[in-house]
Design a protein around this ligand. Structure first.
Ligand code: GLC
Ligand code: CA
Length: 547
């Protein structure tokens, strides 16, 4: 693993909601350029840019119709080149989203593919005949309903694991893989610094889920060929460049991650695992208002920390464009003091672990969930589909119940505009924003925080600086303390020379520490002014100590 990857802190920019430069209400590349100095000031090393390619507007840019063109709403290729040059001039690298499990149905490959059964792009996608006059089998889309869509031109069905406008590519076809490797080289030759690979462990779909035999739904993640394809991609493309890669891998296990992101470097640099995001999942998976089960969170994170150590590389994240805001989710956003305190505590808890930390835009300000009232306000294909299925079609939940779940877990929460100022539209746009701005931007915004030493922003700045100053944060091993405690998340990191002690209170009530977690040493960072009692954590307190 390259040294720069081990030390790096990544900042995720969702361009549509970051900064609008031309008043059309949609964030764009020139907007990102104008905020590079802000990111430099925060201290991050890498930007992961959500998709900016030409797309059909169904799933926030994850429905690409031209891999080599910038979507007009985001700007031009010249804007992109300028962003890359200006980021590099500031020592910031750029990682692009690579969405190659599927394309938009408007992509020329799909347009050719659907025409007839014999054209040379037919086998670029997954086509199957009907089974007993209906869908080939029970495989379901991640966005609700069947994953098969009938196409009238040939009477066959194509597979779409997401929206019906997102047709899955057939990775078992070597010509598809070659075409993907070509477009990857095209971007890397431009000088970009890597890829975040969308749902990449879906590419090696098991044959059993592709048969037209009426079989029930199956999980398509982690198929037997995923690892072979990743190694081939590494041999053909990645190994020829100095790049950082992170695979988005739903349903990944530690065992699989050891193959997908080994330190030996023959596949990816790291993966995004999702297990810790299930620590507040319920019967209907994400659609619940169930509170966090801290013990579950600790067990999962400790397992990833200890089992990956010295074998594979972790990524660390609380938020992204698919997750709600962490301070509203695992912290407390009901009053200002708790919000600031718990946002800092969550930052410290994550950033002191081993792996590459990812900060999602606005997380460094402690931005919160959005108070959405009705489903009509949602812009998210996932939430709208789930509402239709669970409320309208099946009647399993009342509208009120489902809206409570969407307010807590929906993806719109992270996609409201970045809060730059207390002024009109939070300084995001001079026009009408494509998503409403969170009304709390009058209190929570960058302008109010960048010069305030007690702000969440300043705290994140210091967390990033600590990682650069203390190798134990990058390299130390991990030991969970007080595993059964329902309030406290405490652990040590040790590299043989130094020991770091991290103690976090995931509640608004005082919590007792055991003797080991209460050890005094050199205080590196904390979210209270004074040190307090050694064996007690105050509400939402975080303490990081060098022993
Ligand atoms: C990933 C993306 C998500 C998108 C989906 C389909 O999970 O992060 O935003 O909807 O893939 O591309
Ligand atoms: Ca714009």
């Amino acid at each position: 693993m390259n040294k720069w990857i081990e030390d790096a802190v990544v900042y995720q920019v969702y361009p549509k909601s970051f900064q609008d430069s031309n008043g059309d209400g949609v964030g764009d590349l020139r907007g990102v350029i104008s905020r590079l100095d802000y990111l430099k000031r925060l201290g991050i090393d890498v930007i992961w840019l959500n998709p900016v390619y030409k797309n059909s507007g169904v799933d926030g840019g994850y429905d690409i119709s031209d891999y080599r063109a910038i979507a007009p709403e985001f700007g031009t290729m010249e804007d992109f080149d300028e962003l890359l040059a200006k980021a590099h001039a500031r020592g910031i690298r750029i990682v692009m989203d690579l969405v190659v499990n599927h394309t938009s149905t408007e992509h020329p490959w799909f347009c050719a593919s659907r025409r007839d059964r014999t054209n040379d792009k037919r086998d670029f996608y997954i086509w199957r005949p009907p089974y007993e006059g209906g869908v080939p089998n029970g495989v379901r889309s991640m966005f609700s309903g069947t994953a098969w869509e009938k196409d009238e031109a040939t009477g066959e069905y194509y597979l779409h694991m997401f929206a019906r406008e997102q047709a899955d590519l057939n990775w078992h076809n070597p010509r598809v893989r070659r075409a993907v490797y070509d477009l990857m080289r095209w971007w890397l030759d431009k000088g970009i610094d890597g890829f975040r690979m969308d749902v990449i462990n879906l590419i090696g779909k098991p044959e059993a889920m592709l048969r037209s035999d009426g079989s029930p739904d199956q999980n398509g993640f982690n198929g037997p060929l995923v690892v072979d394809y990743l190694r081939e991609m590494n041999r053909e493309v990645l190994s020829h460049y100095d790049v950082m890669t992170v695979g988005e891998t739903g349903c990944v296990t530690v065992e699989k991650a050891l193959e997908y992101a080994p330190l030996t470097g023959e596949a990816l640099s790291m993966v995004f695992q999702f297990e810790h995001m299930d620590a507040d999942a319920g019967e209907r998976h994400k659609w619940t208002t169930a509170p966090l089960e801290l013990r579950k969170l600790k067990t999962v994170m400790a397992r990833w920390q200890t089992r990956m150590h010295a074998r594979a590389w972790n990524s660390l994240y609380w938020c992204n464009h698919d997750q709600p805001r962490i301070v509203s989710r695992f912290g407390c956003d009901t009053d200002e003091e708790s919000r600031v305190r718990s946002a800092k505590m969550l930052g410290a808890c994550l950033h002191m672990m081993q792996g590459t930390p990812y900060i999602y835009q606005g997380e460094e300000l402690g931005m919160t969930n959005y108070p959405m009232k009705t489903i009509e306000e949602s812009q998210d294909v996932e939430a709208i589909g789930a509402y239709r299925e669970l409320v309208t079609e099946r009647g399993e939940m009342t509208p009120e119940e489902m809206m409570a779940c969407i307010r807590r877990k929906g993806r719109d929460n992270s996609r409201t505009p970045m809060q730059w100022t207390a002024g009109r539209n939070a300084g995001f746009t001079s026009g009408t924003p494509w998503m409403p701005v969170n009304p709390n931007h009058t209190e929570i915004n960058a302008e109010a925080q960048v010069d305030d030493p007690d702000s969440v922003f300043s705290f994140y700045q210091r967390l990033i600086a600590l990682r650069k100053a203390h190798p134990v944060i990058v390299h130390g091993d991990f030991t969970l303390l007080m595993p059964d405690d329902p309030q406290v998340f405490a652990y040590t990191r040790c590299d043989g020379e130094h020991t770091l002690l991290v103690a976090c209170n995931f509640s608004g009530e005082e919590a007792k520490l055991d003797a080991q977690a209460a050890t005094r040493g050199e205080r590196l960072i904390g979210n209270y002014e004074d040190e307090g009692c050694a064996d007690t954590l105050r509400a939402w307190e975080a303490r990081v100590t060098l022993l």
